[in-house]
Design a binder for this molecule. Sequence first.
Ligand code: ACO
Length: 355
Amino acid sequence: MDSGLEDIVAAETVLSDVDGQNGRLIIRGWPVEMLAASMAFEDVAHLLWQGFFDDLPDVAELGARIGAAREEVFDLVADLPAGLDGVSYLRAGWALLPDDESIETAIRLAAAGPVLTAAAVRRRRGEGAIAPDRGLSQSTDFLRMLTGNQAGQAEARALDAYLVTVCDHGLNASTFAARVVASTRAGLVSAAVAGISALKGPLHGGAPGPVLDMIDAIGSPANAERWIEGALNRGDRLMGFGHRVYRVRDPRADALKAAVARLPGTTGRLEFAEHIEQAILGRLAAKYPKRRLETNVEFYTALLLEALGLPREAFTAVFACGRVLGWTAHAREQIGEGRLVRPRSVYRGPVPAAA
Ligand code: ACO
């Protein structure tokens, strides 16, 4: 029995390999750093989905179909209440999509991510949602739907780097949840809704908003050591640090740090964050000398999404906009296995009195 399932292998996958000892992440043969530096969302959708849908179009046609689907799903916005946080809005909107295991459904889920997340952000602020433009790339259109302005190339590139970096990551909690649901043949929409529900927790994809709360609470470099010590003495977990699989630095942290550094105007914020990071790593090493706790993906996610002007309550929804590619690919892989996921438990409750 292993309550966190940490040493249990529950799937074979061709999608990604998380090497926790050496800090390497391979996604369909590509090191994550290379994906982050060179690929757009549409390229990685094609990369992850190939082999799982017989009717997958080529990458250009796939991009066009994702763009067209953004326009189709915009009608969902009218059915959702304003005022929800990003994840709640995206989850509710995804749940309204027709559910099956087809490529159309995977495309609709991918397309709806930015449309619903941008609408959630704007409507929560009392602004109207902006309709999608199928002629733009997913990341460029995402930023335009958020701000109303044409996105700069550097910003769109940075968002692509983020979405691509988080597209898949082995059998993490949300992907496992998606695979369990897919194994019941409930459909890709159900799998994605399960995935986002697992992602939302602060121990998984809910961490980047609290990372910024922590940076704000620290306030100045001079306050870092005192604040961190206080938090650890209270038994708090420091968001953006530690990982179930990595025993060294999460490779996605540096891929995202590089993406932040390429954005104009981020130098001062980045220096402050690096100072905090070093202080935290020092304290964690002193507190846990035998269990190396390192920076994970969420620390620089927070910096990147902040630099792109996203509000922190939408960070996890943006994460889901990238990870939905992995959830749908894993769902199809699990369906291909043809096996219902159904583990067992050990009963420790009362037994009926002997007659
Ligand atoms: N801050 C302080 N202490 C920590 C942290 C942290 N970030 N992470 C782990 N610890 C402590 C644990 O409390 C535990 O202490 P204990 O032995 O005194 O009880 C010890 O370090 C060992 O913990 P692990 O076994 O490494 O933790 P686990 O594998 O259960 O948890 C997790 C991994 C959930 C990511 C954890 O490190 C954490 O809570 N981090 C903060 C939240 C976060 O950044 N989440 C995003 C993860 S990345 C992702 O999912 C996309």
